[in-house]
Design a protein around this ligand. Structure first.
Ligand code: ZN
Length: 141
């Protein structure tokens, strides 16, 4: 992965084979970016997506492996969770018949490249566990 910093933003260029969420987490730790907005485009494969069921307080998880997918939209943030940078991203993925699907992105492998923009916040959003929702939600800065 290459990192280009400009105008208080980062452009991250991921290479084929890299694990996207793992690399984003490493970037946030190495560059001390505990709070930021993330968005990007590219192509992914072996994408593990989730859909959160509030009634069960758990994710349905599915890994999609039948082809390489266009990463039509990657969107999310970096926040502090239990003192560590935490990546929360959602992805819209496109198939070769131009249909689109997506969800909470647990992890995926870069299929061609990913071009992601990271815009740090001036302050640090923190996550704390919410008993009613069953997830670590942003609770303040
Ligand atoms: Zn999510």
């Amino acid at each position: 992965m290459k990192v280009i910093e400009a105008d208080k933003q980062y452009l991250l260029i991921f290479e084929k084979g890299e694990k996207l969420v793992e690399e984003l987490t490493r970037f946030a730790k190495d560059n001390k970016v505990p709070g930021a907005r993330i968005h990007g485009i590219g192509a992914l494969k072996n994408a593990e997506l989730g859909y959160y069921h509030l009634e069960d307080k758990s994710y349905i998880r599915q890994t999609f492996t039948d082809m390489d997918y266009e990463l039509i939209s990657l969107h999310g943030n970096i926040t502090l969770k239990e003192g560590q940078p935490f990546i929360h991203v959602h992805a819209s993925l496109g198939r070769d018949d131009f249909s689109v699907f997506g969800g909470h992105l647990f992890e995926a492998e870069v299929a061609v490249t990913v071009e992601a923009y990271v815009t740090p916040f001036g302050r640090i959003p923190r996550r704390e566990f919410d008993d009613e929702i069953g997830l670590h939600l942003i609770c303040g800065i």
